[in-house]
Design a protein around this ligand. Structure first.
Ligand code: MOS
Length: 749
C-alpha cells in the first residue's frame, strides 16, 4: 500500500509513516546501536537479596580477565551528590529517588550493585558471572496483600494528595437501594517490557562534555537529570533519542542504566554502553499491583443510586508513586451518591510507575467489570445500562466536557459489532463445541496539552524542516509533525523533514499522557504559520506586487506557491517570493500561546472516550478462551492520521487483551524475586492470540480542547478493553472472575 504522494499532505490523510523505510531497512538506530570508537561495555550485576546490606563484593576473578577495565561498585565509584533534590527529574514522584551504587544497602531484588566494564560485551558478561557477593539479609515483604495491612506513612509531604471528590452519601444510598453488587477486583503488577530494553550509550567527548544516546521519552529531562547528578553544565550534556523501540511510560523518568553508563564514563573518562537484559527489566519500573473495591447500587429500573470505588496500589519503600485510579468511574456515570478512597502500600521492589493510561487502564477497567455485574443484577442490557446512566458532564465535579461523543461511539460500535443480535442469558450463544460470549465496556482518558516549542526552516525550493525536542516512541510523532507542517504550507509530505529526539532542539514536553500529537502538532503548525506570514511579506516585495498586498486570509499555500483565493491564476512561487526579499531561508522558532486551564468558572473537562465490544469463544471442556472479534469505537477529537492513530488503538487493544488473558507477574515472596522474568513465562499476546480488531474513529469536532482540536490516541485503546473481554467471558460461561488475568484454572473451578 502506498501513500497519496506528490500532492499536498493534509491533516486527516492516512499517510504511511515517514520513518517507516528507515525502520524496516535497519537504518534507524536505537540507543545501543550507535557506533562509537573505543567503546566500553558495562554489564550490570544484580542483587541476589531483596533487602539488607552488601558486606563484600569479591571481584578478583573478574578483574583478572585481561579485557576487564573496571568493576564499579559503591566502594570505588566517583563522588555523587548527597541530597535527593539532585536526583529528581521533571516527572519524578515524592520520596527519595533510587541511586544505584550509592551505598551498601539493598532495597529490592535485582537491584544493580556492580557494573563490570570491559572491552567487549561477552567479556563483561562472563566477568560478571565470576563475581561473588556476601550479603547480610534483613526480612522483606513483596506481598501486596500483606503490605495492605500496614498503615501508609508518606515519605514526603508532597504525598498528601487530595482524595477523589465525593458526592451525596454513597454508603447510605447503597444500604437503602433495592439492587446492589460489591466485589474486590485485582490486577497484578505488570512489568514494562517494550521491544527495546533500557539502553544507553554515553560518548565521552572530553572537555567535560558527553553525548548520550538513551532510550527515553524525554531527552531534555534526561539532560537536566544527568547534569544535576554528575555535575555537568547542562549545555555540555547532549541527549539523543531519535528512535525508541516502544516505551509505554517506562522511559518517562531517567532510568538507572543511563545513570550507570554515565557514572562509568565519568569514572574512566571513556565511552560506555549499558544495556539491561530482559531479565533485568523485571527489576525495573512496573505498573503497580492494584486492588479495587467497587460497590454499586441501582433502583429497580437500573438507575445508579450509589457508587463506591476504593482502591489501593503498590509502591516501593523509598518513593510514593500514586496514580488516578478511582476517579474515572465517578466521572463517567450519572449518580447522585458517589465516594472513593485511594491509598498506596509499600513493598520491597523498585518503585512502580506509569504504564500506558496509568490509573485508568486498571481503575476504569475494573470498574467496568462491576458495571457489567450491576447491569445483570438489574436485568438491563449492559450497553443500555451505560446509556441509562450516561453523564453529559463530568459527573464527579460537574464541569462540562469540551466534547464527549461516547453516545455516538456506543451506537456506531454496537451497529458494527451486531450487538442487537446478542441473547442476554449467559451460555445462551454457541458455535459448535465452543461457548460464545459478547461483552461491552467503555473507557475514558485525559486529553492533555503542554506548551511546546518548535523550529521551522524553509528553503526557496520548498524544502521544509521542522524540529522540536520531542520523542517518537513508535507512536508516529515524526509523521504527525511532517503532516501538520505539510498541511500548513501546502506541501507534499516528501518536501518536509521532521527532526526530533535531541535535547539541543527547541523545548518539548516528555512523550507521555497521549499529549504529544496535540502539543508538538500545535507547535509545528504555529511556526509554519509564522513561515507563511513571512513568505507573504516577502512576496509583497516582488515587482508589481502580483498578489496586490493580499493578507493571510486572502491567500492559499499549495504546491510551493502562494495563490490568491479569489483568482488562482495570480500566484507566486515560494522561491520567487524569497529571492525578491533577498532571503536564502525563512526560519521561525516559537511556541503557540494557548491556555488550556481557564478560570474556575470556565473550567472544562478534556477527555477521550471509547466503547469496546468483544467476542470470545470458550472451549467448554478445556476452558481455553479465544478473543475472536473486537470492535472499538473511539471519540478522540480530530484525528491527524487515521493510519498511525489506528495503529495506536490496535496496540492498546492488544495490551488490553494481554491484561484480560495473559499478563501476570509471579513473585516468590520468600525470595522477593520475580520468577517469570522472561518472555517464555511472562505471557503477552502472540500473533495467534490476536484475531479481528476493528477501529472506528467517531466524528468529534472539538476546537476547544487543544489548538488543533486533537485529543491524542496513545492510551485510550487500552482503557476498558480487558473489561469487555472479561465481561464476554461471563456471557459465554456464566463465570465471574475478579482477578486478572482470566487464566484457564480460574474458569475450570
Ligand atoms: Mo505514557 S504511561 O504517559 O508514557
Amino acid at each position: 500500500m502506498t501513500s497519496p504522494t506528490r500532492t499536498t499532505a493534509r491533516i486527516g490523510d492516512p499517510l504511511n509513516r515517514v520513518d517507516g523505510v528507515a525502520k524496516v531497512t535497519g537504518q534507524a538506530r536505537y540507543a545501543a546501536e550507535h557506533p562509537v570508537e573505543g567503546l566500553l561495555y558495562g554489564w550490570v550485576v544484580s542483587s541476589g537479596i531483596t533487602k539488607g546490606r552488601i558486606v563484600r563484593i569479591h571481584d578478583e576473578g573478574a578483574r583478572a580477565l585481561p579485557e576487564v577495565v573496571e568493576v564499579m561498585t559503591h566502594t570505588n565509584r566517583p563522588q555523587l551528590p548527597p541530597f535527593d533534590h539532585s536526583y529528581t527529574d521533571a516527572v519524578s514522584v515524592p520520596g527519595s529517588p533510587f541511586r544505584a551504587l550509592y551505598d551498601e544497602k539493598a532495597l529490592f531484588n535485582g537491584q544493580p550493585i556492580a557494573v563490570v566494564i570491559a572491552g567487549t560485551l561477552e567479556t563483561a558478561r562472563y566477568a560478571a558471572s565470576l563475581i561473588d557477593v556476601e550479603y547480610e539479609s534483613e526480612s522483606h515483604n513483596t506481598d501486596f496483600a500483606v503490605a495492605l495491612t500496614s498503615q501508609f506513612v508518606p515519605n514526603d509531604k508532597r504525598s498528601t494528595f487530595e482524595p477523589p471528590q465525593s458526592r451525596g452519601d454513597a454508603h447510605a444510598a447503597y444500604d437503602a437501594a433495592p439492587l446492589k453488587v460489591a466485589a474486590d477486583f485485582h490486577v497484578p503488577a505488570y512489568y514494562h517490557n517494550p521491544m527495546e530494553m533500557h539502553a544507553s550509550t554515553v560518548v565521552w567527548e572530553g572537555n567535560g562534555r558527553i553525548t548520550v544516546y538513551d532510550k527515553t521519552q524525554g531527552p531534555q529531562n534526561v539532560q537536566a537529570y544527568l547534569a544535576a547528578v554528575f555535575g555537568f553544565s547542562p549545555e555540555h550534556v547532549r541527549v539523543k533519542n531519535p528512535y525508541v523501540g516502544g516505551a509505554f511510560g517506562s522511559g518517562l523518568r531517567p532510568q538507572y542504566q543511563v545513570y550507570l553508563a554515565t557514572l562509568a564514563a565519568k569514572m574512566l573518562e571513556r565511552s560506555v554502553r549499558v544495556v539491561l537484559t530482559r531479565q533485568q527489566m523485571f527489576s525495573h519500573v512496573h505498573r503497580p499491583e492494584t486492588v479495587q473495591t467497587v460497590a454499586l447500587a441501582t433502583d429497580t429500573s437500573g438507575r445508579l443510586q450509589a457508587i463506591i470505588n476504593d482502591a489501593a496500589t503498590s509502591t516501593s519503600r523509598f518513593e510514593d508513586y500514586m496514580e488516578t485510579v478511582c476517579d474515572w468511574g465517578l466521572m463517567n456515570y450519572a449518580c447522585e451518591n458517589a465516594s472513593a478512597k485511594y491509598t498506596i502500600a509499600r513493598v520491597d521492589t523498585y518503585t512502580s510507575g506509569d504504564m500506558r493510561a496509568p490509573g485508568a487502564a486498571t481503575g476504569m477497567t475494573l470498574f467496568e467489570l462491576a458495571v457489567d455485574e450491576m447491569a445483570y443484577a438489574a436485568s438491563v442490557d449492559p450497553l443500555q445500562f451505560r446509556l441509562i446512566n450516561y453523564s453529559d458532564k463530568n459527573a464527579m465535579d460537574g464541569t462540562p466536557f469540551t466534547s464527549k461523543a461516547l453516545r455516538e461511539a456506543c451506537a456506531q460500535g454496537a451497529e458494527k459489532f451486531g450487538w442487537s443480535r446478542r441473547t442476554p442469558a449467559p451460555r445462551s450463544m454457541r458455535d459448535g463445541r465452543e461457548l460464545v460470549g459478547w461483552g461491552v465496556a467503555t473507557g475514558i482518558w485525559d486529553a492533555l496539552f503542554e506548551k511546546t516549542s518548535a523550529h521551522a526552516k524553509l528553503l526557496p525550493n520548498g524544502d521544509l524542516e521542522v524540529a522540536t525536542a520531542a520523542s517518537d516512541i513508535g507512536t508516529g510523532t515524526y509523521t504527525v509533525m511532517a503532516q501538520v507542517a505539510a498541511d500548513t504550507l501546502g506541501l507534499p509530505i516528501e518536501k518536509v523533514t521532521a527532526t526530533l529526539g535531541d535535547s539541543a532542539l527547541p523545548k518539548s514536553t516528555v512523550e507521555g499522557g497521549s499529549k504529544l500529537a496535540a502539543s508538538a502538532g500545535a507547535a509545528v503548525q504555529h511556526v509554519c504559520r509564522g513561515v507563511a506570514e513571512k513568505l507573504l511579506v516577502a512576496a509583497d516585495q516582488l515587482e508589481g506586487q502580483p498578489l496586490g498586498g493580499a493578507r493571510m486570509e486572502d491567500v492559499t499555500f499549495a504546491q510551493g506557491r502562494i495563490a490568491l483565493k479569489s483568482d488562482a491564476t495570480r500566484s507566486i512561487s515560494f522561491g520567487d517570493a524569497m529571492s525578491a526579499a533577498g532571503l536564502d531561508t525563512i526560519e521561525v522558532e516559537d511556541s503557540p500561546a494557548w491556555h488550556s486551564g481557564g478560570s474556575s468558572q470556565t473550567r472544562k473537562s478534556r477527555n477521550t472516550h471509547n466503547a469496546i465490544f468483544a467476542e470470545v469463544k470458550v472451549d467448554e471442556e478445556l476452558c481455553v478462551v479465544r478473543v475472536t472479534r473486537i470492535v472499538i469505537a473511539v471519540a478522540a477529537g480530530r484525528i491527524i492520521n487515521p493510519k498511525t492513530a489506528r495503529s495506536q488503538i490496535l496496540g492498546g487493544v492488544v495490551m488490553g487483551i494481554g491484561m484480560a488473558l495473559h499478563e501476570e507477574t509471579a513473585t516468590d515472596h520468600r525470595l522477593g524475586r520475580v520468577m517469570n522474568h522472561n518472555f517464555a513465562e511472562y505471557h503477552i499476546p502472540a500473533h495467534a492470540d490476536i484475531q479481528d480488531i476493528e477501529v472506528i474513529f467517531v466524528d468529534e469536532p472539538d476546537p476547544e480542547v487543544t489548538p488543533l482540536g486533537v485529543k491524542g490516541v496513545g492510551e485510550i485503546g487500552i482503557v476498558g478493553t480487558a473489561a469487555a473481554v472479561v465481561n464476554a467471558i461471563y456471557h459465554a460461561t456464566g463465570k465471574r472472575v475478579h482477578s486478572l488475568p482470566v487464566t484457564i484454572d480460574k474458569l475450570l473451578v
